[in-house]
Write a protein that binds this ligand. Structure first.
Ligand SMILES: Cc1ncc(COP(=O)(O)O)c(C=O)c1O
Length: 440
C-alpha cells in the first residue's frame, strides 16, 4: 500500500487526495475571435438560401469549413448541420428509411442516435453491446436482423470505432445501409480508415462538450454522391430544390432548416486545426492513466481493439465489485470525495455508468413517439417491440454495475493530474474493507 493509500478515506473524515480543482478546458482563442469578427464585419451571418441557386449550399465560410473537413480526412463530401441530432436525422432520411423500416441500433448511446430513426417513421431495434469495448456487437446485430431491417446505426461509443469490418460485412450480406454516429470520435481511424464514412454516411457532433465545437453543430460525411445530395436537400428545404436539380428520387427530400451559420463555420475551421493536438493529449493521458489503473485489482482500463485509435471522449473503466470489495456506488462516492468538488461536467472524477438504456425511457415503454396512435410501431402490428427490461443484459450490467466513466482524460490536464486521480482510485480500493464496515 502506498503511503497515501494508508490514510483514512476522505469520505470517513480523512484527508482528501487532492484539493486543487482540475483545470477547466479553454476552448476559444484569439483565432476563433478573429474569425468571428471577420464574419461580423462581412455582415453575412448566414449565406444560405432555401431556393434554387448556388447559395442553397450556404455561404463562403460554411463551404470552406466543409471543404477543409473533407480534405483533411479524405472524405468525398462533408455537409455541415446545426447539430449532430439534426445530422443524424438527415442521415436517416438520406439513406431512404421509410415508415415501418427497422434500423438496428445500440441501446447504450445518447437518445438522438435512436430518435433520429423515429423521425422518419423507422423503428429502432436494439442490439446489445460488446462488454469490453461498449460498442454494438456484430453477433447481436445478426440476431435481430429481420425482413424489415433496412439499416444499422453504429455508434463509436466513448471515442473508439465499433467493429466496422464485421458490421459492414453483415450489412453487405443483407443489403443494409450503415450510418455511423461518430459524435464521440472525430478525427480517428479504424484500420487506417477515417471513421464517419466507412459505412454509407456518418458524422460528428460539434456541440460544446465535444473535442472541438461550434457551440452547437455537426458535420455529416459520406463518399456517396447521391447520399451527399440528399443530405444537402434535407438540410435546406429540399422541396424547393428538387425540380431545379432534377432529382429523381423524391423520397425524404422535403427538407428543413438545419443550416450552420457563417460564424459557427468560421469557428469550426479554426477548431479543426486544434483537433489533432487534443487527440494526442488525450491519448497520452489515457496511456498514463491506464498504466496506473491496470495495477488496481477489480478495475480494468479501456480495451483498444487492434487497428483502432481511441478519441477518449470519455475514459471508461470496467469495475468488478466482487474483486474491489465495494459496490460501485460506494466506490464512486468515496473516490469523488477524495477529489475537488466539480463545478463543471469536465471536472467529474467518476460517474456511474453512462446513460439509462434507451429502451427503458417511458416513450419506448408506452410507444408514444409521434402522435397518439402508436406510430411508427403501429406500422408493423404483428411484431412484438416490447423493449423488455432484461433483454439486453450487457447494457444493463454496464448501467447498473460494471461501468465507471471519468471526464478527466482531456486537455489541458497533465500526467500529474492523472496521478492524483489514480492515487484516489488506489486509496479507495485499498480501503474497501474500512469503507464497507463503516456506516458513514
Ligand atoms: C453519441 C451521440 N450521438 C448524438 C449526439 C447528438 O449530438 P448534438 O448534441 O450535437 O445534437 C450526441 C451528443 O452528445 C452523442 O453523444
Amino acid at each position: 500500500m502506498n503511503p497515501a493509500s494508508a490514510k483514512k478515506p476522505a469520505l470517513l473524515g480523512g484527508p482528501q487526495t487532492r484539493i486543487k480543482p482540475f483545470a477547466l478546458r479553454k476552448t476559444m482563442g484569439d483565432l476563433e475571435k478573429k474569425a468571428v469578427m471577420e464574419v461580423m464585419d462581412s455582415e453575412v451571418l448566414s449565406g444560405f438560401f432555401g431556393s434554387p441557386g448556388p447559395l442553397h449550399l450556404g455561404g463562403p465560410r460554411v463551404r470552406s469549413f466543409e471543404q477543409k473537413w473533407a480534405t483533411k480526412y479524405g472524405f468525398k463530401h462533408a455537409i455541415s448541420v446545426n447539430s449532430w441530432t439534426t445530422g443524424l436525422m438527415t442521415a436517416v432520411g438520406a439513406v431512404g428509411i421509410s415508415p415501418g423500416d427497422e434500423v438496428i441500433c445500440p441501446p447504450y448511446t445518447m437518445s438522438a442516435s435512436a430518435t433520429s430513426i423515429l423521425f422518419y417513421g423507422g423503428i429502432p431495434v436494439f442490439a446489445d453491446i460488446d462488454p469490453e469495448t461498449f460498442n454494438i456487437s456484430p453477433a447481436a446485430i445478426e440476431r435481430v436482423i429481420s425482413s424489415r431491417t433496412k439499416a444499422i446505426m453504429v455508434v463509436h461509443l466513448f471515442g473508439q470505432a465499433a467493429d466496422m469490418d464485421a458490421i459492414c460485412a453483415i450489412a453487405k450480406k443483407h443489403g443494409l445501409k450503415v450510418i455511423e454516429d461518430a459524435a464521440h470520435a472525430p478525427g480517428i481511424t479504424y484500420k487506417n480508415r477515417p471513421v464517419g464514412a466507412i459505412g454509407d454516411v456518418g458524422g460528428f457532433s460539434l456541440n460544446y462538450h465535444k473535442h472541438i465545437h461550434t457551440g452547437e453543430g455537426g458535420m455529416l460525411v459520406t463518399n456517396d454522391d447521391k447520399i451527399a445530395q440528399r443530405c444537402q436537400l434535407i438540410r435546406n428545404h429540399g422541396e424547393n430544390l428538387v425540380e431545379w436539380l432534377e432529382v429523381e428520387d423524391l423520397s425524404n427530400t422535403i427538407g428543413a432548416n438545419y443550416r450552420l451559420t457563417e460564424m459557427q463555420a468560421a469557428i469550426g475551421e479554426v477548431q479543426l486545426d486544434r483537433l489533432d493536438a487534443y487527440l494526442a493529449a488525450r491519448k497520452r493521458l489515457a496511456v498514463h492513466l491506464s498504466n496506473r489503473i491496470a495495477k488496481i485489482p477489480g478495475l480494468t482500463p479501456p480495451k483498444i481493439s487492434i487497428g483502432n485509435e481511441h478519441a477518449f471522449y470519455v475514459y471508461a473503466i470496467r469495475f468488478d465489485a466482487k474483486i474491489v470489495g465495494l459496490d460501485r456506488k460506494r466506490f464512486a462516492a468515496a473516490v469523488n470525495a477524495e477529489l475537488p468538488k466539480p463545478e463543471s461536467w469536465d471536472q467529474t472524477g467518476l460517474s456511474e455508468g453512462y446513460v439509462k438504456p434507451l429502451y427503458l425511457a417511458k416513450f419506448y415503454q408506452e410507444k408514444v413517439a409521434l402522435g397518439h396512435k402508436g406510430f411508427p410501431w403501429s406500422m408493423n402490428p404483428d411484431v412484438d417491440y416490447s423493449y423488455k427490461k432484461g433483454a439486453w443484459p450487457i447494457v444493463e450490467d454496464c448501467y447498473e454495475r460494471s461501468l465507471l466513466l471519468t471526464s478527466l482524460v482531456r486537455e489541458p490536464l497533465t500526467e500529474s493530474d492523472m496521478d492524483d486521480f489514480a492515487d484516489a482510485l488506489e486509496k479507495i480500493a485499498a480501503n474497501a474493507k474500512v469503507l464497507n464496515e463503516s456506516s458513514i
